[in-house]
Design a protein around this ligand. Structure first.
Ligand code: PLP
Length: 380
């Protein structure tokens, strides 16, 4: 009976052509034509020195943790209001997550609270660009320079979004992208590591090739390849990259569709906004977003939950996320459940994400907003 799903991966048409071409070439492991084409598009479009495609953003974050030489006892500063992979990548290497509260406007890490969280053991700051809206990167990079810390941008949601004209993922020492089917540009499962600091160029290739110098061998720099470092297999399939090429060649058409949906929500919800019943996303002037997400903030958690139920009864799937990481069962075992994060606790309970995908029609948006309006009438 579900009429409007929460997400629906969008295909431009070229994906099928490229996947079939990939199959007919019969070269389907990594680093073929399409893996390279995707890396090229990302490097050129976003001004990134070096991009390595990976099987997921999670894998790219794990590579970043290895490149930052995380050892047990190190501390990593990140928001609690994020997906588990942001923390897990560092926890896997023995680091302790240090959670910082979010800003009430963008729900991004509050840059003014980062310095107080730095200790002798801090090694990395990991800002997460929530909903494809940039964190305050100038301040974060200045803090990192002052304290000699690395910055890894979790730009899973930030592909084709910008901060002061610079692409998200291109600003920190390292950045990570996701091409999971719920993100803006997709290939089922996929990701990329953006390498903005040249000291990581060589080692990033080695870590991705199971700790061998196979990439140098393929380029003819060495005459045989062997085990030179720790590593794993962080290579995506060429078949997935063929699919992704069809998406990345259409960065702007896909973005235009998402912007249309986002602006339709803004327009249709404006009366409810004026009545002060709820609010939508806020985008600082320095940020050019990619319309990854449309969320509304309700007055309380019970109202949010009741609205979510109401929409479900109308066949509309709206969802919330995340249970803040410091509230999770695993945070208890890490001893990191003691953080005092009032905005994280408050906002995560009141937030509801509305369906947003390129093929969602304006009429569907209007019927979603009508259902929200009817619910809000019934609350009076
Ligand atoms: C989706 C997401 C990830 C994980 O991406 P995968 O490609 O599924 O591994 C990590 N961080 C954030 C903030 C995300 O939204």
């Amino acid at each position: 009976m579900l009429k409007i799903p929460f997400n629906s991966p969008y295909q431009t048409g070229s994906e099928q052509t490229y996947v079939l071409d990939c199959l007919s070439r019969n070269a389907i492991a990594s680093e073929g034509l399409y893996t390279k084409r995707c890396a090229n598009i990302l490097e050129k479009s976003f001004g990134i020195a070096k991009v390595l495609l990976t099987p997921s953003c999670t894998a790219a974050l794990e590579m970043a943790a290895i490149l930052c030489d995380i050892v047990p006892g190190d501390e990593v500063i990140l928001p609690s209001y994020t997906f588990v992979s942001t923390a897990n990548a560092f926890v896997l290497r023995g680091a302790k997550p240090v959670f910082v509260d979010i800003r009430p406007d963008t729900l991004n890490i509050d840059e003014t609270k980062i310095e107080a969280a730095i200790t002798q053991r801090t090694k990395v700051i990991c800002p997460v660009h929530y909903a494809g809206v940039a964190c305050e990167m100038d301040s974060i990079m200045a803090i990192a320079r002052k304290h000699r810390l690395m910055v890894v941008e979790d730009a899973a949601q930030g592909v084709n979004a910008f901060y002061k004209g610079r692409a998200l993922g291109s600003i920190g020492h390292l950045g990570t992208y996701s091409f999971h089917e719920t993100k803006n540009y997709v290939c089922g499962e996929g990701g990329a590591l953006c390498i903005n600091d040249e000291r990581f160029f060589e080692r990033s290739e080695i870590i991705r090739e199971k700790g061998t110098n196979r990439s140098q061998f393929i380029r003819g720099v060495v005459d045989k390849y062997t085990w030179v470092d720790t590593g794993s297999s962080f290579l995506p399939s060429e078949i997935a990259c063929a699919f992704l090429a069809g998406q990345l060649e259409n960065l702007e058409p896909i973005n235009d569709q998402r912007r249309r949906v986002f602006e339709t929500y803004n327009r249709e919800l404006s009366t409810l906004f004026e009545q002060g019943k709820l609010r939508g996303p806020r985008i600082p002037t320095d940020c050019k977003p990619n319309y990854h997400m449309y969320y509304i903030l309700l007055e309380s958690q019970p109202v949010r939950d009741a609205l979510m139920q109401h929409l479900r009864s109308q066949g509309i799937l709206a969802v919330f996320h995340y249970i803040p990481l410091h509230r999770s069962p695993f945070a208890t075992t890490l001893g990191s459940n003691h953080f005092h994060l009032p905005y994280t606790d408050d906002l995560s309970g009141r937030l509801l994400r509305l369906p947003l995908y390129a093929s969602l029609t304006d009429d569907q948006c209007r019927s979603i907003v009508q259902a929200i309006g009817a619910f809000s009438q019934s609350m009076q």
